[in-house]
Design a protein around this ligand. Structure first.
Ligand code: HEM
Length: 522
């Protein structure tokens, strides 16, 4: 069919009208904002399929490909990730106000008393109150000093346990002994109980406690698809949410018992104890039971107390145990580093006494070892996810409100733009030219962030550093270490598994040989 002139004119006019309409529409609707670069995404799933069993490594590869700040769509959730010190400084320091919140994940709702704790609570008055209680009543220098005697006893138990195993000539399971050491330190301080060793609360209770905490960690570390794809929650094919509810109930029963036990004991001992900061023998639960509640209430709500106990157990136990196991693995893998650590210990402490907490500030090479361990094996592969409270811009890129932020500390320590020979364990790289004390918990350069920075930084850092340094100092001072028979140091494997914390895939086994006079171990 031929077109006559009037038809052509009509079509031409229609096309021009369409173009004008589109232009006007564009002008009246808000300009699309420029998101940070990121990989192409699938409809509905977004980038979820790009995350494998080691998501910290996947996200670091994306940063290598797309730049220091990467945007992802995880199902229905906006997310960014970075492994770059400047971007991290922008998020945690310059825009701390914007990024100080946490996403309300299902695990946080079920396993942290409806996000009523500190670590997983969204930014707001309740988080501020709970964090203030931690800082002003639980983790004060004075309170922590009051547990120094317990920590010294636990350090001695650790040495004695390893010494007993060394006598058999068999390899020591360092995951077990280091796990027991941090668990006992935390539970003595928190609950007034020791779960492993001489004064143990009983094998049944210890097993129940270990079992619950392991399930809790596993669920908290899970990237649960129901958080990203609401439809997944309807199906819940692996029964994850059901499991969360089960663990929620068991954890709550456990905490209820702890609180009841403390109340009973307090009634029995009424009058004997002092209260407040003076109470050297008060454990954390005693302290929390003695504090007033909100709005003039005589006591804190039980739910608040439980949420805080839960946080302290989850935040303190695994982090230091995992770090210690990695440090031991790397040192046994590098016998020259072991010799240097022992030379330092021999000159600062000598062979005729045990390491004390007051020595830790003077063990500068050991401090470098811990810093290098945090560079290569941060306790968690990511900081706990942050969330933006409102829309903002980073480096000219638009970041929508409620964006989930994955700060990749594992990727930061292996970022080749800021570290050389990233796969090499070389503590000497942290030694300061003037020989001054090496800081572990902070650094202005944001090149290592074991305890984070800004409003959500770890309030337990001084205690965490002490637990890590003390266990390592004792184990390296008291024993020589070698891989189990048949293995060479370089055979020790350093593969990680992903979780809220990031342990070695296989528990570390090693042969211990006492190196101090015999009477020192008893
Ligand atoms: C080696 C030991 C430890 C390491 C590596 C560590 C590391 C961290 C990290 C990376 C965070 C997240 C910060 C963020 O999201 O920006 C954190 C948060 C936290 N840590 Fe630690 N931690 C350790 C020990 C402890 C101890 C001993 C306690 C308490 C007894 C503790 C209590 C907490 C709490 C309550 C939070 C949540 C803070 C908030 O969200 O406001 N941590 N820790």
């Amino acid at each position: 069919m031929d077109l006559d002139t009037s038809h052509i004119t009509l079509i031409f006019a229609a096309i021009i009208a369409c173009i004008i309409y589109q232009r006007l529409k564009c002008r009246s609707s808000p300009k699309p904002q420029k998101l940070p670069p990121g990989p192409p995404r699938w409809p509905i799933l977004g980038n979820l399929l790009q995350l494998g069993p080691l998501p910290h490594r996947d996200l670091a590869s994306l940063c290598d490909k797309y730049g220091p700040l990467v945007y992802l769509k995880l199902g229905s959730v906006d997310a960014i990730t970075t492994n770059d010190p400047n971007i991290i400084r922008e998020i945690l320091l310059k825009q701390d106000e914007v990024f100080a919140s946490r996403p309300r994940t299902l695990a946080a709702v079920h396993l942290a008393y409806g996000c009523g704790d500190v670590a997983l609570a969204p930014f707001g008055p309740q988080w501020k109150r709970m964090r203030r209680i931690c800082m002003e009543h639980l983790l004060t220098t004075k309170r922590l000093d009051s547990f120094a005697r317990h920590r010294a006893e636990e350090a001695q138990h650790l040495v004695r346990d390893v010494w007993a195993m060394a006598q058999t000539g068999k390899a020591v399971n360092l995951r077990d002994v280091l796990g027991g050491f941090s668990m006992n330190n935390v539970t003595r301080m928190l609950l007034g109980k020791q779960y492993f060793g001489a004064g143990s609360a009983g094998p049944q209770e210890a097993m129940e406690f270990m079992h619950i905490t392991h399930e809790l960690f596993w669920l908290l570390g899970l990237i649960y698809l129901g958080d990203y794809l609401p439809i997944w929650r309807w199906v819940d094919p692996y029964g994850c949410e059901k499991k969360m509810r089960e663990v929620e109930k068991r954890v709550d029963d456990f905490h209820t018992n702890i609180i009841e036990e403390h109340r009973r004991r307090a009634r029995e001992e009424k009058g004997k104890k002092t209260t407040g900061e003076e109470g050297g023998e008060m454990d954390f639960v005693d302290v929390l039971l003695s504090l007033p509640g909100e709005d003039g209430k005589e006591h804190m709500d039980d739910v608040e107390i439980k949420a805080l106990i839960q946080d302290m157990i989850a935040a303190a136990t695994d982090t230091s145990a995992v770090t210690n196991e990695w440090a031991m693995a790397e040192v046994i893998k590098h016998p020259r580093v072991l010799r240097k650590i022992q030379e330092e210990l021999d000159s600062v402490v000598g062979p005729n006494r045990m390491v004390h907490e007051s020595d830790l500030a003077h063990l500068n090479y050991l401090r470098c070892v811990v810093r290098e361990t945090f560079r290569m094996h941060p306790a968690g592969p990511f900081l706990i996810p942050h969330e933006s409270l409102r829309a903002t811009w980073i480096d000219g890129y638009y970041i929508p409100a409620k964006t989930r932020v994955f700060i990749n500390t594992h990727g930061l320590g292996r970022n080749t733009k800021i570290w050389d020979n990233v796969e090499e364990f070389r503590p000497g790289r942290h030694w300061l030219a003037d020989g001054s004390r090496v800081e572990i918990s902070h650094g202005a350069d944001f090149k290592i962030l074991p305890f984070s920075a800004g409003k959500r930084k770890c309030p337990g850092a001084p205690l965490g550093v002490t637990l890590v340094l003390m266990a390592l100092a004792r184990l390296f001072h008291c024993f020589d270490w070698a891989p189990p028979d048949g293995l060479r140091p370089q055979d020790i494997d350093t593969k990680e598994v992903y979780g809220m914390t990031m342990p070695k895939g296989q528990p570390l086994m090693a042969i211990a040989k006492p190196r101090l006079p015999n009477h020192m171990y008893h």
